[in-house]
Design a protein around this ligand. Structure first.
Ligand code: HEM
Length: 559
């Protein structure tokens, strides 16, 4: 056993600490020991130096008599960089309104992790796969804890468990045990016919616009379509969004949207304001009661006629929607998800489900009308796979539509709808690259910038579905492409979302040729939690003829 002095390179040598080293320690063990003492997240990046000489094995460390400095990835430790900012507003005007463009610029200027302050709230963002994978991992270093600096703070709802609650809570554990089985790959396969019916119900509205030569706002109608599917399959409610061309969004969709923005307003003014028995706080409470009533009614409808209790996986395969599932699903102790959790978590899943899928559907239509050749290649793939107006789309069939899969991936890479999944530091720590991060800091895995990082993607601004066949992309870091985030708090609805778009897209592309109506830049709402194309208008022209099968497909069929 010997005792050596270690300090972090970049800090004064007077901060050196005495650390006992066992004689049997190997280099790897030494790195882990030092990592534990100094809260260094990635032990493999640790190096040792003494008076500028590199100590490359344990023997050299043991033989050294001076304080030993610890380098991280060959660098000294340092503060996370970022622009200076103004008093009170901080970096607000440097970031908004075009936060996507401006964050991209800041990453180019400052590197893979940046610090910005907006109106007194400090947030860190990263566009780096390794750092993203670390923050999303739920470890001794990071967790989803929605503190005051967290982007979801204004709408935090611990009772919901999922999405709007912290990880380390009984509510999250319960919701996270009960909900995911109903959204697993096998479970969502049996939702395909309902998904297909949903898009087919919308045809009469799109046909009506075509017959009248009218263009329509893509996001508004994809919002109706996306929420119609989520309404049916999560809550068992038919929102009737396509009963006429101007059918308004269902009351529940309107209240969820309104209460999200009202909640932001009410919570921003503090606890005393939220308790006022009149005005916006009272309106918000009334909305919550109304949401509760609507979902409760749906639960009563599902329970009517009696339901059998089933283990989670069986319930998931039999249920016609998630409420139907949740009233039957029983865990191995014979327990069910308590009713309050059930209602709150399903309302949150509904909100999380329809806002995101409608944005993705909108961006998919944007890709069809913007990038040359995409729509034609997609149609050709449908023809080559014998898809017609009458085809029942199944998961087995969509598995064969490989070009469609690449278009969806490339659209989610270039135009990712969700942009602020964030995690909170549990302790002061040293990140790879030597960056010092204080406890309680909130780090956003900036999905758009991760997916468009030139260090990771060649020519990232180019929309190129075929890049998904290249070795470069196949061998990418596992966190280089994470549209649904990653780790234990990642999206639980991703199978549902992908299957939905894979059912909708063939049906839409087979029936219509989409044409962009408006010129000029497509804008997004910088203050909204999701990125969606607000001002995209298209015409959907009903197809009257289709191309023949490609030669390759015809030859394959004759073999
Ligand atoms: C294109 C569609 C979708 C995208 C891009 C998406 C994206 C995401 C992301 C990035 C997160 C992590 C949020 C965070 O870390 O703060 C998340 C969580 C979540 N998503 Fe999705 N999502 C989609 C569709 C859906 C659907 C269809 C559902 C349900 C039917 C759903 C339900 C949820 C839930 C409940 C969570 C929270 C999980 C937890 O807290 O443990 N999502 N989603």
């Amino acid at each position: 056993m010997s005792i050596k002095l270690f300090y972090l390179s970049g800090e004064p040598s007077s901060t050196a600490r005495e650390i006992e080293l066992e004689a049997t320690l190997d280099y790897d063990g030494l790195r882990h020991l030092i990592a534990a003492h100094f809260a260094i997240v990635e032990p493999n990046g640790i190096g040792f130096q003494s008076q500028d000489a590199i100590l490359s094995d344990v023997a050299e460390v043991l033989a050294n008599e001076d304080p030993i400095s610890i380098t991280i990835d060959g660098k000294p430790v340092r503060e996370i960089p970022g622009p200076k900012g103004l008093p009170i507003v901080g970096n607000f005007f440097e970031i908004y309104p075009d936060h996507l463009g401006n964050h991209q610029r800041l990453f180019e200027q400052y590197g893979p992790i940046i610090k910005t302050t907006n109106m007194g709230r400090t947030v860190y963002q990263t566009n780096d796969p390794q750092l993203s994978s670390i923050i999303f991992s739920e470890t001794d270093f990071f967790t989803k804890k929605i503190n005051e600096a967290h982007p979801l703070h204004a709408i935090k709802n611990q009772q919901a468990g999922v999405f709007l609650g912290d990880t380390d809570t009984p509510e999250w554990r319960a919701a996270h045990k009960f909900l995911p089985p109903a959204l697993g790959p096998k479970a969502v396969r049996h939702y395909a016919p309902t998904m297909q019916q949903t898009v087919e119900d919308a045809f009469k509205v799109f046909d009506h616009f075509d017959e009248n030569g009218e263009a329509w706002n893509v996001y508004q109608y994809m919002l109706k379509l996306g929420s119609q599917a989520v309404g049916k399959l999560v809550l068992g409610i038919d929102f009737n969004h396509f009963s006429s061309p101007d059918a308004p969004p269902h009351e529940l969709i309107q209240i969820i949207a309104e209460s999200l923005s009202l909640n932001k307003k009410v919570t921003a003014r503090g606890d005393w304001y939220a308790k006022l028995p009149f005005g916006d706080p009272q309106r918000l409470r009334n909305m919550r009661y109304r949401i509760f009533d609507i979902v409760d009614q749906s639960i009563q409808n599902a329970s009517r006629g009696g339901v059998e209790d089933l283990p989670l996986q069986d319930a998931a395969l039999k249920a016609s929607n998630m409420i139907d599932y949740a009233v039957r699903a029983t865990d191995n102790k014979g327990e069910k998800l308590p009713k309050t959790s059930l209602i709150q978590s399903l309302v949150v899943a509904t909100g999380a489900g329809f806002t995101t899928t409608s944005s993705l559907l909108s961006w998919l239509i944007y890709s069809l009308v913007t990038y040359p050749g995409v729509q034609d290649r997609l149609l050709q793939e449908l023809i080559d796979n014998d898809i017609t107006e009458d085809t029942q789309i199944t998961a087995d069939l969509t598995d064969r539509l490989t070009f469609m899969d690449k278009v969806i991936k490339e659209t989610q890479r270039r135009h990712n709808p969700s942009y602020q999944p964030a995690r909170t530091a549990k302790v002061d720590m040293i990140l790879p690259g030597g960056y010092k991060l204080p406890e309680e800091s909130v780090v956003v895995g900036a999905l758009h910038h991760l997916h468009n990082n030139p260090e990771v993607w060649s020519n990232p601004a180019r929309f190129d579905p075929d890049r998904w066949d290249t070795e470069e992309v196949k061998n990418r870091h596992k966190a280089a492409y994470i549209p649904f985030a990653t780790g234990p708090r990642m999206c639980i609805g991703f199978n549902f979302a992908l299957q939905e778009v894979k059912v909708f897209l063939p049906k839409l592309v087979y029936r219509y040729k989409f044409i962009k109506e408006n010129d000029g830049p497509i804008e997004y709402d910088p203050m909204f939690q999701l990125i969606r194309p607000n001002n995209l208008y298209v015409r959907a022209e009903r197809r009257v003829k289709w191309p023949p099968k490609s030669e390759f497909a015809a030859t394959r069929a004759s073999l």
